[in-house]
Ligand binder design. Structure first.
Ligand SMILES: Nc1ncnc2c1ncn2[C@@H]1O[C@H](COP(=O)(O)OP(=O)(O)OP(=O)(O)O)[C@@H](O)[C@H]1O
Ligand SMILES: [Mg+2]
Length: 232
């Protein structure tokens, strides 16, 4: 579904990804794991066109990915950044409506009603401003907004960061529901248990390259890779 081949990218003069190659498959969840600073977020930003591809190829459904972030989103990839990036001065409803308006034409699968069914809490908070939301509610809103773009591939950067265990469990169950409904996902996570219980496939990034590839079961059984590359 999404293929990165020998990708090099970074920030200005600073190169972070050094020939990174990976593949995310249709209908599956791929976890990208790795220590702080390994290049996980940089990988996602490069996929989304937020950082320039210096060398290598990125293909979505076999075709080179569109260059600009808006076009990449339009092609069916939704991205929930680490920073969540909801509009603080807008209400929950307005945050959702923006996504629905800009991307609703991608297909009518996801509607306001359906995202509120998934996250009833958002239904209760519709008229609250972005700044009045808890961290968990912000993450639900960020995911709901991404779903309203009717993506074929959902990309999440550390969705559990800073959240209480009970909210982590809720987000886990909702992502599991989406997976069972057939949505393809790429998940970057520091929470090893969370990631490996959701993912089918796992890649580990170390210093801007893939240093390990396998299944969730494989990595759970591999103390050496956990110790060497994740510090678990
Ligand atoms: N805006 C930036 N400008 C310059 N360098 C950056 C920038 N953002 C990240 N870097 C550097 O790029 C490297 C990879 O960072 P990246 O954010 O991709 O790591 P990560 O694997 O997502 O880590 P974390 O688990 O901490 O989120 C790090 O050395 C980091 O310092
Ligand atoms: Mg990161």
């Amino acid at each position: 579904m999404l293929e990165l081949n020998a990708v090099e990218s970074g920030y200005g003069e600073t190169q972070v990804l050094h020939g990174l190659t990976l593949e995310a498959q249709t209908g599956r969840v791929l976890a990208i794991l790795g220590r702080n600073g390994a290049g996980k977020s940089t990988t996602l930003k490069t996929i989304m066109g937020l950082l320039p591809l210096k060398s290598g190829q990125i293909a979505f459904d076999g075709k080179p990915i569109a260059g600009r972030p808006f076009d990449i989103a339009k092609s069916g990839i939704a991205y929930v950044p680490e920073t969540r990036d909801i509009f603080p001065s807008l209400t929950v409803r307005e945050n959702l409506e923006i996504a629905a308006k800009r991307f609703g034409s991608n297909g009518a699968d996801w509607t306001m009603e359906r995202v509120v069914d998934l996250f009833p809490r958002l239904g209760e908070r519709m008229d609250n401003g972005g700044t009045q939301l808890s961290g968990g509610e912000q993450q639900m809103l960020a995911i709901a907004r991404a779903l309203l773009m009717n993506p074929r591939l959902l990309i999440l950067d550390e969705p559990t960061e800073g959240l209480a265990p009970i909210i982590v469990k809720l987000i886990h169950d909702k992502l599991q529901e989406l997976k069972e409904a057939g949505l393809s996902m790429i998940l970057v996570e520091q929470n090893f248990g969370f990631a490996t219980s959701l993912a089918d496939d796992v890649v580990v990034v170390g210093k801007g390259q893939i240093v390990w590839t396998g299944s969730s079961d494989d990595i759970r059984a591999d103390d050496t890779v956990q110790h060497t590359w994740l510090g678990v």
